[in-house]
Design a protein around this ligand. Structure first.
Ligand code: NAP
Length: 330
């Protein structure tokens, strides 16, 4: 089968190759999925670039945790009726050498989740990381029902879903920060009440004004290193900051404002959600997908042969939405 892979970390055009590798066979408890679309996330790109670790955990890595396709074979112990099922995939490349940037992927049956008929494979390839992260950020620690929520970076792959998840989970008010008019439109179309240009406007003043001076109950934070000062200015007393991203490996937080404001800081990584949180997220997403309640934002689809371009696009930060690789030749 055709697959993309790398055997050392480094720049995409130096280390990413596309070529033939052996077709994997599903073992006990596993399914094989014919991948139609493979989602590219910042995490995949950082792993390939060696930003977290220069040494590879496996001799060869097929990248990408997210994807969507059709089950084409099952291993022992998996219901044969799964063959032919449309699925979306999570954690394919987390602590595994075999991600979704290939014509086929084999993985534990539970990591291939039924994809409703009306949802495209490109959208299905955005669920594993962006949508699950957004859902959990909105739902964790009592959720956002009746609360006011600030989604930092409300036009990003996660942020766009986070605006929608907050809305769907009953937030009273959703404010998004963005950096252009096009991103503002995207966030507003997703359900934000207000989009604040954090580069152009006095973001703290606009958010405080929108909350009648009270501040927001929850911040869903894409870059805690860049935004901690703003967050402390716009967070309500006793509010929480749910952090899923940081633009820097280390950052400083001021002790006194944090303690006086009774700030609750919550960090999480979607790969390590526990079974209950994952099941809750999947159940909600499934219901929303079935009734067409979620809008997806695929910025660009790139053929597998051009995976380098897909990685470079994600790396550039210029894509407004998800970047998806087409793996199916059919
Ligand atoms: N914890 C987890 O499980 C988890 C899961 C998914 C993603 N992540 C991480 O979260 C980050 C975003 O992922 P993504 O897939 O959503 O990326 P993305 O599609 O590139 O979105 C990032 C968004 O954040 C905006 N942004 C950047 N800096 C900002 C700032 N200081 N304030 C407000 N907005 C800002 C960007 O727009 P502008 O540059 O125009 O502002 C962009 O719209 C990445 O670092 C990723 O590794 C973590």
């Amino acid at each position: 089968m055709q697959a993309a892979f790398y055997e050392s970390t480094g720049p995409a055009r130096e280390v990413l190759h596309v070529g033939r590798i052996e077709l994997p066979e599903p073992g006990p408890g596993e399914v094989r999925v014919r991948v139609v679309c493979s989602g590219v996330n910042p995490s995949d790109v950082k792993g390939r670039a060696g930003l977290r670790n220069k040494t590879l955990p496996f001799p060869r890595i097929v990248p990408h945790s997210d994807g969507a396709g059709v089950v084409d074979a099952v291993g022992a112990g998996v219901a044969p009726a799964r063959v032919g099922e449309r699925v979306w995939i999570w954690n394919a490349a987390w602590k595994r050498a075999w991600g979704t940037a290939a014509e086929y992927v084999v993985l534990p049956s539970a990591q291939a989740v039924q994809l409703p008929e009306q949802v495209g494979f490109d959208a299905g390839a955005c669920l594993g990381i962006p949508a699950l992260t957004a859902y959990h950020a909105a739902a964790v620690d009592g959720g956002v029902a009746g609360k006011s929520v600030l989604v930092a970076g409300g036009a990003g792959a996660v942020g766009h879903y986070a605006v929608q998840c907050a809305r769907l989970l009953g937030a009273r008010q959703v404010i998004a920060t963005v950096s252009s008019d096009a991103k503002a439109r995207l966030a507003l179309d997703a359900g934000a009440d207000l989009a604040v240009d954090y580069r152009r406007d006095d973001a703290a003043a606009r958010i405080r004004e929108a909350t009648a001076g009270a501040g927001v109950d929850r911040i869903i934070e894409v870059d805690i290193a860049a935004n901690s000062a703003l967050d402390l200015q716009v967070l309500k007393q006793g509010g929480d900051v749910v952090v899923y991203g940081s633009g820097a490996g280390e950052f400083k937080l001021p002790f006194f404002p944090l303690i006086v404001q009774h700030v609750r800081l919550r960090f999480f990584i979607v790969y390590e959600l526990d079974a209950a949180a994952r099941a809750q997220a999947q159940a909600h997403l499934a219901a929303w997908l079935r009734r067409g309640a979620l809008a997806h934002n695929v910025a660009q689809r790139v053929p597998l042969a051009n995976i380098v371009q897909a990685h470079e696009l994600v790396e550039s930060g210029q894509a407004m939405g998800n970047v998806v690789v087409d793996c199916s030749r059919g």
